[in-house]
Design a protein around this ligand. Structure first.
Ligand code: NAP
Length: 312
């Protein structure tokens, strides 16, 4: 079997940008892009679950997330990147060329770029899937702007939730922080900042059990975790900030992961296995933006190209 020069696992902004750069460097990348699912680890990644993206440079009037990803994919294909629409099920990074499997189909590659992304933890409500991008969001930086002057809620009690709640008070008239306990997990400084913010109210010991609205979110139903009593929360936006998980199951025991399961990289996009590079949210729990993922995808393609030049 002739090995591919570069194989890319994952097709969000990081993977597709890596594919564009690798293809233009004549490395004929093969992208294992994932398969259609309702979670963010699908082809195109988390942007497939958003609507308007207004902060990706180059789009003065914004662009729909799925359209942005479809265009990036077409751009990579134009330069010769090839795609397999399936999920990788196994990798062997101890062997050279590296082995990647989709069930029983085996692929070999001299250089590997991992861009499998991360996914937001969700509440698991049926309505949540339907209303994501229509009032329900997992990214305050991306979507806060759409809720100017509106009453919204943030779910969670960690640093992410408090950071998002504080950020969202720039736009919203009121932010209700819904937390399932009466004590926050967030750091003291975040807590102090949120508690001092007059626009933030706390709904303690509450969990969201239902979402109202057909086309757009029109309210949430809360349940008291102690009494079981239900109440309506009149909001047009609900930000779920209960944590993220990187899509790294495939690499456990083969690549160095940090204590939260993200791939450890550096210098640049190098992992601890020579010839394997990682980019995008799978190695970044700080920035998590499409543009930073795309930037690191470009870095990974340049890193793999230089590595191939030196080793092959
Ligand atoms: P986290 O610390 O794991 O907090 C998740 C929060 O969501 C917890 O309060 C948890 O409640 C709640 N939660 C989990 N599952 C839930 C469910 N099904 N329904 C309702 N609530 C649920 O996650 P994070 O806030 O994303 O932070 C992750 C890491 O990144 C942390 O180490 C954090 O310090 C760091 N971070 C740092 C910053 C910063 O320093 N600027 C910003 C963001 C994140 P319980 O408390 O009851 O478990």
């Amino acid at each position: 079997m002739t090995p591919h020069d570069v194989l890319i696992i994952g097709s969000g902004p990081a993977g597709l940008t890596a594919a564009i750069y690798a293809a233009r460097a004549n490395l004929n990348p093969l992208v294992i892009e994932g398969e259609i699912s309702s979670t963010s680890d699908q082809p195109g990644g988390q942007l497939m679950l958003t609507t308007e993206v207004e902060n990706f440079p180059g789009f003065e009037h914004g662009v729909q997330g799925p359209e942005l990803m479809t265009t990036m994919r077409a751009q990579a294909a134009r330069f010769g990147a090839e795609f397999v629409t399936a999920k990788a099920t196994r990798v062997d990074l101890s062997d050279r060329p590296f082995g990647v499997w989709i069930e029983n189909d085996e692929y070999r590659a001299k250089g590997l770029i991992v861009s499998t992304g991360a996914r937001s933890l969700m509440l698991g409500l049926e309505e949540e899937r339907r209303l994501i991008g229509h009032g329900v969001s997992t990214c305050a930086t991306c979507d806060g702007f759409f809720f100017r002057g509106q009453e919204i809620a943030v779910v969670g009690g960690g640093d992410s939730a408090l950071e998002e709640a504080t950020f969202l008070t720039k736009f919203a008239s009121k932010v209700t922080l819904v937390h399932r306990r009466d004590q926050l997990r967030a750091s003291k400084i975040m807590q102090d900042r949120a508690r001092a913010n007059p626009k933030i109210e706390f709904a303690w010991n509450k969990r969201v059990v239902n979402l109202n609205g057909t086309d757009n979110l029109q309210g949430a139903v809360l349940e008291d975790t102690i009494t079981g009593e239900q109440s309506d929360l009149d909001v047009t936006g609900l930000f779920v900030a209960i944590g993220h998980v990187p899509n790294t199951d495939l690499f456990k025991g083969q690549l160095a992961l940090d204590d939260q399961g993200y791939i450890v990289t550096g210098p640049g996009t190098r992992t601890d296995v020579d010839g394997v590079f990682a980019c995008g949210d799978v190695q970044d729990h700080t920035y998590r933006q499409a543009i930073t993922a795309a930037g690191s995808g470009c870095m990974a393609a340049i890193d793999v190209e230089r590595w191939l030049e030196a080793h092959h």
